[in-house]
Design a binder for this molecule. Structure first.
Ligand SMILES: Cc1ncc(COP(=O)(O)O)c(C=O)c1O
Length: 414
């Protein structure tokens, strides 16, 4: 039976930075969004794009200009937009399975042995990916990619603010990108940030962007209206209209891909991130460090609480890394237990959801872009995990109700 929606309203599935009306009246004195992000990340220069996907397209197109290589290796469990970006560039996507989790508990890393076998003289780039705020092992990927003469693009779309030994993620690879889409903490409704530590590559990224990103005022107007509507609706009592109702409709229709918003379709919009939205983002960015710290303080004891349930594991930080906490990413003992929790709580308004529904080769709409592949670890992650929101709106009573449902599901009760 599905649990009832809390009277207080709808909890979002991720901890987005709550917007404030005054963000919409940007102060010209504040640093620009690009400068603010550069300060946060500890890098010289950040290039803004209209989405994380657009940032990846610009990065891939830049590397394509320097090399005739065509293959791009990505984790077999990642956002379908990554596949669409690779296809947009006319490149060939190669899915690589994740490291078995008995080797690296809760691993989101590319399997090093498989990766070494997949990298060849035609490999343009490899994309280690920091999913759900967790920090992937970029160093191992870098060593393997370098041996094959391939570039490394860090996909940090879901990890703005995560760090490895006090260095921001995104800076260890040749290039890195972040998403500023709704649900990612800081948002300009849609937006992306692209970084490269090497000044020559950073200049090449800027040049590519000037060449391939057209001015599309109609898209910017649309995104500006969406950002305004987001400010109006991002509150517990109204979020049901924008998020909860479409979610429950998709669940009633038995369409989990639509329920989590995995149903993307080309073409990918490309246009500059407009000045007003950038300034709105710059104002919100001032609150981000404190928000991330509070999110971590909320998440860690909750992760401990969930880890005390036998057979349940919250994906955590490897030694030396400090991730961000948009949600608690929970691995259940098996798919049956995971599905029993979702039966009860997905759609209940408590912020329980899933990350990507399938491993990349299993999205029917990506056939033709993603080749069939044996990717058991990616499939296992898709089949056994769920997410529990780390939104500040999820109070202790609601969190305890979620823990009880998870405990019951592990014990085999619906
Ligand atoms: C891992 C990953 N890569 C890339 C993207 C694309 O970012 P955007 O939605 O900003 O285009 C996303 C978006 O969710 C993502 O989760």
């Amino acid at each position: 039976m599905m649990a009832r929606r809390p009277p207080s309203g709808e909890i979002p599935p991720t901890a987005g930075l709550p917007p404030r009306w005054r963000d919409l009246l940007p102060s010209p004195a504040a640093p620009s969004l690009a400068d603010g992000l550069a300060g946060l990340l500890g890098t010289e220069r950040v290039q803004l794009e209209c989405s994380g996907t657009a940032a990846l397209i610009v990065a891939l197109a830049t590397l394509q200009r320097t090399s005739g290589r065509r293959r791009v290796i990505v984790p077999a469990y990642t956002c379908p937009l990554v596949a669409l970006a690779v296809a947009h560039c006319g490149l060939e996507l190669v899915p690589c399975d994740l490291a078995p989790c008995d080797l690296a508990p809760g691993s989101i890393d590319l399997d090093p042995a498989l990766l070494a076998g997949l990298c060849d003289a035609d490999t343009l780039a490899v994309l280690p990916t920091h999913l759900g705020g967790r920090v992937a092992d970029v160093a191992t990927t870098l060593a393997i990619a370098r041996d094959a003469g391939a570039w490394v693009i860090e996909d940090a779309a879901q990890a703005l603010g995560a760090r490895v030994c006090d260095r921001a993620v995104g800076l260890a690879g040749d290039a890195g990108f972040f998403s500023l889409a709704v649900g990612k903490g800081l948002t300009t409704f849609e937006g992306g940030a692209l970084v490269a530590s090497d000044p020559a590559l950073a200049a090449a990224l800027a040049e590519t962007s000037r060449d391939i990103v057209p001015r599309r005022p109609a898209w910017e107007l649309r995104r500006s209206l969406e950002l305004f509507a987001y400010h109006a609706l991002y509150r517990p009592r109204l979020l049901g209209l924008a998020y909860g109702m479409p979610l429950r409709r998709a669940l009633r229709r038995g369409d989990p891909v639509r329920a989590v918003g995995d149903d993307f379709s080309p073409p990918i919009p490309l246009h500059p991130l407009g000045a007003w939205r950038s300034r709105v983002g710059a104002r919100a960015l001032e609150r981000l460090p404190a928000f991330l710290a509070a999110a971590e303080a909320r998440a860690l004891p909750r992760a401990e609480r969930l880890n005390r349930i036998a057979g349940v594991e919250v994906l955590g930080d490897r030694p030396g890394t400090s991730g961000t906490w948009p949600f608690l990413w929970v691995r259940m003992p098996d798919q049956g237990a995971r599905d029993r929790v979702l039966q009860r709580l997905w759609g209940a308004g408590l912020g329980v959801s899933r990350l990507f529904i399938h491993a990349l080769p299993d999205y029917p709409y990506l056939h033709g872009i993603v080749p069939a592949a044996e990717v058991p670890q990616a499939r296992r992650l898709a089949a056994t995990t769920l997410t529990v929101s780390n939104s500040p709106w999820l109070d202790e009573a609601a969190f305890e109700a979620i823990c009880s449902a998870i405990t019951a599901a592990v014990a085999g009760r619906a």
